[in-house]
Design a binder for this molecule. Structure first.
Ligand SMILES: [Zn+2]
Ligand SMILES: [Zn+2]
Length: 346
């Protein structure tokens, strides 16, 4: 469900030069669409994970954050204030930023947000360290469209649990793949100034947040408290949030029960629902991706839905899709407009 950066380097052109000259516009468009589809399938295929094709920026960053979290085992770096910052930041970045902002608002348009709420949720998402809003939303829409089929970026059914959990993040992906992802999967978002702003600044928010924690802790109680706030407020919090959201990609396509007979293997898993603020009701979500509440039975608790209701109550969220469609739904219904040749071609 997440990536730090999907596009970093250049690639060969998708359409061989001159090939479309003798084709009708419709046929050229169809062929371009098919080549781009093949490029996406290839980019997220497991065979891309080779030592010569590792995205070292993403990989070393993830290793660094995990190593940093190990510093929490040093008693000198523990503080109750650091633990409190960790818990609050985990909720702010994971539930408000990722679950509410990047996932239900941006990727699925489950609600509309007023400008202040939109800015704050996008900022919280950037502070999670799960990459830019547009890359996150585009990759997630691709997951829904291809779920557990060829082209799914992270299917534990087609590959295995480790691939779906974390390893799919490691291969380097090209700027061409990023361009295709953006144009096909988030065409209505790419030109919005606020999205362009966060596309350019998402990493600065993260690094800035770390510096602020270090400096504030240091100013409050010396360098040891500064390191404590950094270790607990950044590293421990990010590692916990990473695995919480990654379990949605891995565990909830493997274990749990199904309320809906979707075409994928998505499942509802109570402990992921707790860890990931309601996102563990993943079979419900795949059946009705655009519906804002992920819990569809009274006991399927969805903490992120509580925040959406609060935003609606104070007027910051509106047009919230809170009703289940009549009859059994399937994810083809809500994602039908995504990435058809006629809507996706440039
Ligand atoms: Zn899924
Ligand atoms: Zn989704």
């Amino acid at each position: 469900m997440s990536t730090l950066s999907v596009a970093l380097n250049s690639a060969a052109p998708i359409l061989p030069a001159g090939e479309s000259a003798s084709l009708s516009p419709a046929e050229a468009k169809r062929q371009t669409f098919q080549r781009e589809t093949n490029a996406l399938v290839s980019a997220f295929h497991r065979e891309q994970l080779r030592l010569s094709n590792v995205d070292w920026v993403v990989t070393l960053f993830l290793i660094g954050v995990h190593v940093g979290a190990l510093a929490a085992l040093v008693p000198a770096f523990f503080s109750w204030s650091g633990l409190a910052i960790c818990l609050v930041m985990h909720w702010v970045t994971c539930s408000i930023g990722i679950c509410l902002g990047f996932h239900r608002y941006l990727a699925h348009k489950s609600m509309k947000l007023k400008a202040p709420a939109e800015f704050i949720t996008m900022m919280c998402g950037c502070l999670s360290g799960e990459g830019s809003p547009l890359t996150w939303a585009a990759t997630h829409r691709l997951h829904h469209q291809k779920s557990d089929q060829e082209g799914d970026p992270h299917s534990p059914i087609r590959e295995d649990g480790w691939w779906a959990h974390i390893m799919w993040l490691f291969p380097k992906r090209t700027t061409e793949v990023s361009r295709i992802l953006m144009r096909r999967y988030v065409p209505e978002l790419v030109d919005r100034p606020i999205m362009q702003f966060f596309e350019k600044t998402f990493a600065l928010w993260l690094w800035g947040g770390g510096l602020v924690l270090l400096a504030a802790g240091w100013a409050t109680g010396g360098w040891q408290l500064g390191v404590s706030w950094l270790v607990w407020g950044m590293c421990v919090r990010m590692v916990a949030a990473y695995h919480s959201t990654w379990f949605v990609n891995s565990a909830t396509h493997l274990w749990g029960y199904r309320n809906y007979d979707t075409r994928d293997q998505s499942r509802n898993l109570w402990w992921v629902a707790i860890l990931a603020y309601g996102e563990g009701w993943h079979n419900n979500h795949h059946a009705h991706p655009a519906v804002a509440p992920a819990g569809h039975k009274w006991w399927e608790v969805d903490v992120t839905w509580w925040s959406i209701r609060l935003l609606r109550a104070i007027g910051q969220a509106y047009d919230v899709k809170d009703k289940l469609p009549q009859g059994r739904g399937a994810d083809e219904t809500d994602m039908a407009e995504i990435a058809r040749p006629e809507t996706a071609a440039a």
